[in-house]
Write a protein that binds this ligand. Structure first.
Ligand SMILES: [Ca+2]
Ligand SMILES: [Ca+2]
Length: 191
């Protein structure tokens, strides 16, 4: 646990207008990969607008790690068909989390940051990082690449874990332009 910063919970909410890979629909499931880790949602049968509402949790050691998602059509007798992929850019979310401590007095539901779709992200629409009930979350609608159509909606939530390093220590300290004070972690180190 020493080199783990914390957990990132990715709630895979739903798919929108996903590609047809059987006769009239598909049996979609979504796979998230980061380095050697691989997590899957359940399969929703015969539905191009699936409501997965599955929570997948990654343990994060490097906030620059690339997180990929791929949607597949589950098939029984052949290899599962691909239904597009996307990359999840967590950098704006991590930056907002690092500001977290100074946000105690904000009203619930307040948007900390809005990220616009551009060439460098896979966003289909504006995405907001929101302060709500002591939690900072980001919902993203991602446009799938390498496929004729389809979007997926996910939500990011950071989970601090006792014994993990947490966010916002060395990077923030080493940046003299940053007005942000590093979080003083009350988490005890087990050595
Ligand atoms: Ca198929
Ligand atoms: Ca199928």
């Amino acid at each position: 646990m020493e080199d783990t910063l914390g957990l990132l919970r990715i709630k895979v909410v739903r798919g929108i207008n996903l590609a047809v890979r059987d006769t009239v629909a598909s049996d979609p499931y979504l796979v998230i990969t980061m380095d050697n880790h691989k997590l899957k949602t359940r399969v929703v049968k015969n539905n191009c607008n699936p409501e997965w509402n599955d929570e997948l949790t990654l343990s994060i050691k490097d906030t620059n790690a690339k997180i990929h998602l791929t949607v597949y059509d589950k098939d029984t007798f052949t290899v599962d068909d691909q239904m597009g992929n996307a990359e999840i850019d967590i950098k704006p979310y991590i930056a907002a989390l690092k500001l977290g401590k100074s946000l105690q007095n904000l009203p619930m539901g307040c948007a900390l940051k809005r990220i616009q779709p551009d060439q460098t992200n896979c966003l289909a629409d504006e995405s907001s990082i929101v302060w709500n009930n002591g939690k900072i979350t980001q919902e993203m609608r991602l446009k799938l690449r390498n496929v004729e159509c389809g979007e997926v909606v996910i939500q990011l939530e950071w989970i601090e874990v006792a014994g993990c390093k947490g966010l916002g220590t060395d990077e923030v300290v080493n940046d003299p332009r940053s007005p942000v004070k590093p979080w003083n972690h009350h988490i005890r180190r087990h050595r």
